[in-house]
Design a protein around this ligand. Structure first.
Ligand code: PLP
Length: 379
């Protein structure tokens, strides 16, 4: 079965009781039992499980070509359960991770004895070179945020496994339509379903996906034990969003590629970061491990005031954090998504005030190009 068929049909069978083509929202706290300790089905209390969780888990696992998924209240809820299941072994990661992930590791779990090595670099040799005796996991994102660097997932997985270390890949930016980390050797995939998977900027959610049944059991356990479960309605919204994921990713990419090439022509711009450009650092690796280059474009102006005026001038790009919705968004990472990182650290990551990140939506390509051209012209 191909991804567009999976997205519409897997986990979305018509309701057995009424024939309702769309599975209902099981907006219930608890499930009646026929005798003490004998619930009617596998469900007893929604913090532990709910049909809308299971439906979404089936679709997500199918899209990543994996056996199991567990859905959570948010991407960070999923990460919390992953860290708890990882136990006290050392985690190796890089500074080029989502700000909330960095904060969860350094401002929360560090205080609870979770050892971590957080590298400035993220090439496979640096990640593997940082492995110590007690290292259990490597955590990476590819493409990275906001500069869209590409990490060779297959190379990291292969070398990590030789040392008995497992790999989790945050696949939020690529989605399973453009990249399947488990096929490339990763042990676990993480998603913030808040972004492309939900796709309409109206829900917050997360997921962990794996082929390992014992990890799946641990993730289910920590969801219930810690209380990082999603709501049935939120899962239903993500299930609904997923049905158009293939179509949306095609449109995002088509628009983003056109905008990247348009920006590349401007003399006001020092650099355009988009994995689809042959000039991009990770273009060759991206071609090897991805089925497309995605919908995020970052751009560095000659100076901060140009960046500031550009984002104010755009008509169809709302100035907002987050990404992956049908509507175009733009942000200045140094002042928004990455504002909590100390300035010297931010600059080392290449996140200065002249850098703009665009989450290109699915509006008409010509309208978006016109908008970008007009904003550039006004500078
Ligand atoms: C948004 C995001 C997260 C966190 O997800 P939430 O749903 O906001 O908790 C994690 N990783 C990446 C790459 C993200 O973009």
């Amino acid at each position: 079965m191909k991804p567009s068929t999976k997205a519409v049909h897997v986990g979305q069978e018509p309701d057995g009781l009424t024939g309702s083509v769309i599975p209902p929202i099981y907006q219930t706290t608890t499930f009646a039992q026929t005798a003490p300790g004998k619930p009617v089905s596998e469900f007893d209390y929604t913090r532990a499980g709910n049909p809308n969780f299971t439906n979404l888990e089936k679709t997500l696992a199918a899209l990543e070509d994996a056996r199991h998924a567990t859905v959570f209240s948010s991407g960070l809820g999923a990460l919390t359960s992953w860290v708890l299941a990882a136990g006290k072994g050392r985690i190796v990661t890089t500074k080029n991770i989502y700000g909330g992930t960095f904060r969860l590791l350094t401002a929360v779990f560090k205080n609870y004895g979770v050892e971590q090595t957080i590298l400035d670099r993220h090439e496979p040799e640096h990640l593997i070179g940082a492995i110590k005796k007690n290292t259990k996991w490597i955590l990476i994102e590819s493409p990275t945020n906001p500069l869209l660097d590409i990490i060779d997932i297959r190379a990291v997985a292969k070398e990590a496994h030789k040392k008995g270390v497992r790999l989790i890949v945050d696949n939020t930016f690529a989605t399973p339509i453009l990249q399947k980390p488990i096929e490339l050797g990763a042990d676990v995939v993480l998603h913030s379903t808040t972004k492309y998977l939900g796709g309409h900027s109206d829900v917050v959610g997360g997921a962990l996906i794996t082929n390992d049944g014992s990890l799946k059991n641990e993730y289910d356990f920590f969801r219930k034990a810690v209380g990082v479960n999603p709501s049935p309605f939120d899962c239903w919204l993500v299930s609904r969003g997923l049905k158009t994921l293939v179509l949306r990713m095609g449109a995002h990419e088509n628009n983003a590629g056109a905008i990247a090439h348009e920006l590349k022509k401007s003399k006001l711009i020092r650099d355009v970061y988009y994995p689809g450009l042959t000039s991009h650092q990770g273009h060759d690796t991206a071609k090897k491990q991805m089925n497309g280059f995605g919908g995020i474009v970052s751009v560095r102006f000659q100076n901060p005031s140009q960046a500031d005026r550009f984002v104010r001038k755009l008509k169809f790009f709302s100035l907002a954090e987050s990404l992956g919705g049908v509507e175009s968004l733009v942000c200045i990472p140094s002042k928004m998504t990455h504002a909590s990182i100390p300035e010297n650290e931010r600059l080392k990551l290449g996140v200065d005030d002249a850098l703009v990140r665009m989450s290109v939506g699915i509006e008409d390509k010509e309208d978006l190009l016109e908008d970008v051209r007009a904003a550039l012209k006004s500078l």
